[in-house]
Design a protein around this ligand. Sequence first.
Ligand SMILES: *[C@@H]1O[C@H](CO)[C@@H](O)[C@H](O)[C@H]1NC(C)=O
Ligand SMILES: *[C@@H]1O[C@H](CO)[C@@H](O)[C@H](O)[C@H]1NC(C)=O
Ligand SMILES: *[C@@H]1O[C@H](CO)[C@@H](O)[C@H](O)[C@H]1NC(C)=O
Ligand SMILES: *[C@@H]1O[C@H](CO)[C@@H](O)[C@H](O)[C@H]1NC(C)=O
Ligand SMILES: *[C@@H]1O[C@H](CO)[C@@H](O)[C@H](O)[C@H]1NC(C)=O
Ligand SMILES: [Zn+2]
Length: 483
Amino acid sequence: MKFLFLIAFIHLLPQCTGKPLRWDDCHQHTFKEIKREIAGYSDIAKAIINLAVYGNAQNRSYERLARFVDTIGPRLSGSKNLEMAIKYMFSVLQDDGLENVHLEPVKVPHWERGEESAMMLAPRNHSIVILGLGSSVATPPEGITAEVLVVTSFDELQKRAQDAKGKIVVYNQPFISYKETVKYRLLGAAEAGKVGAVASLIRSIASFSVNSPHTGWQQYQSDVPKIPTACISVEDAEMMARMSSRGTKIVVTLKMGAKTYPDTGSFNTVAEIVGSKYPEQVVLVSGHLDSWDVGQGAMDDGGGAFISWEALSLIKDLVLLTVNEKLLFLLLGLRPKRTLRLVLWTAEEPGGVGAEQYYQLHKDNISNFDIVMESDSGTFMPMGLAFTGSDKVRAILKEIMQLLQPINVTNIYENGSETDTEYWVRDGVPGASLRDDISKYFWFHHSQGDTMTVQDPSQMNLCAAVWTVVSYVIADMEEMLPR
Ligand SMILES: *[C@@H]1O[C@H](CO)[C@@H](O)[C@H](O)[C@H]1NC(C)=O
Ligand SMILES: *[C@@H]1O[C@H](CO)[C@@H](O)[C@H](O)[C@H]1NC(C)=O
Ligand SMILES: *[C@@H]1O[C@H](CO)[C@@H](O)[C@H](O)[C@H]1NC(C)=O
Ligand SMILES: *[C@@H]1O[C@H](CO)[C@@H](O)[C@H](O)[C@H]1NC(C)=O
Ligand SMILES: *[C@@H]1O[C@H](CO)[C@@H](O)[C@H](O)[C@H]1NC(C)=O
Ligand SMILES: [Zn+2]
């Protein structure tokens, strides 16, 4: 039925070429027609859900991810591990039978933390757990020993600027939200450097702590002295704040052997299912392959990378039985009209470095990018799709999300642009990301706690189902999403 309907449609609209729909063009599908077209995918959506959640592909993205992170471990930008991870993915994507599996060269930052430690010497001896922040300079080999100034905000640092000279500034800012609080990690060293501090220690950007430091990238400013900087646990930050509020003098020795090397060669990893009708048009699904150098990078962003791979695998592996009045169709493997392209970004953590070079290289073809999707906020219990773009596209996505009624994940949220997709979204390409239950995400983020143990196979199955239904239907609809 559906096929006959589509064929009839194509004949009525011979001038349609799958280009972005403009609602005042000669021939565009009306919203009512689009709604009907989307509703026609309900059997396929159910088949995808069944395969991912209950069928042969149950737990597959979880098991693939576990094998990957157990084999490679963490994968910092510029590291040998990241190089191994890319080779590993290149090989398994080929073995999976995907098309156009290839690597696109990019240059990425190479920073290593080296040996690092911090000791409190006064008021008592205490070993402070630290993780140096990405791009930090080293201390001299004997370390920096100085008195501590504790502040809770940049404002307080300004007020006490006279006190900061020659000290180690400890930031004990409260955690409000990642988005709001992360500025202390990004700019803490630069702000402390401006007022003459010799180092800065920053309370980890974490919503919960078991004495674990959480690392991340930081940014120096060109006209400000570069001082060594590391994150400390919430527990140690709070203790030093308590000591200091009692007027107790705190002295710390910080040793960091961090080193920045010249940029190194890396790759974005790409695989496709080539479109049957508009192969030049692209629906991009993605996650980043690099991680921090602690834990396993299973959550950030192993999960996002592997449900994105799973989307292509599920489409390829789907066995569909469709019955119409007289005939029984057996479909082995779906092929959408447009190309479904998997990109595993390199060097997201230093600031979307691989993604920016990908954008520079491919932006000439921007009119062929239908939607850019990245999952980089966890693969816990899915709640829906976050989206950035026009109201018209939002209305279409709302219809598509109705196809996920069988697993009750039908919501659409704001702000669907992630670090690696924002280059496209800024230029008007619709952008989507997976929205899931992030209530524990910042417990583990960028810490030794980011391991396979926080991932859950059934939640990953559901995430993969959402990701696959959305990307497949957009890739297969007769027209591109409107711009
Ligand atoms: C998938 O994982 C769940 C939860 O760990 C388990 O109960 C189930 O047996 C697994 N299914 C397969 C096919 O391994
Ligand atoms: C503290 O550490 C220093 C140097 O490591 C050592 O000389 C000193 O005895 C220690 N103090 C106490 C009270 O243990
Ligand atoms: C742009 O798209 C065309 C058609 O698919 C393709 O042949 C070409 O390689 C693409 N160029 C870039 C830079 O991606
Ligand atoms: C479906 O999800 C919503 C939240 O999006 C929740 O409030 C509701 O209880 C769920 N319904 C079922 C049947 O699980
Ligand atoms: C979404 O983005 C807008 C503009 O960038 C911002 O004002 C808003 O707080 C964001 N909403 C959420 C829920 O993050
Ligand atoms: Zn990430």
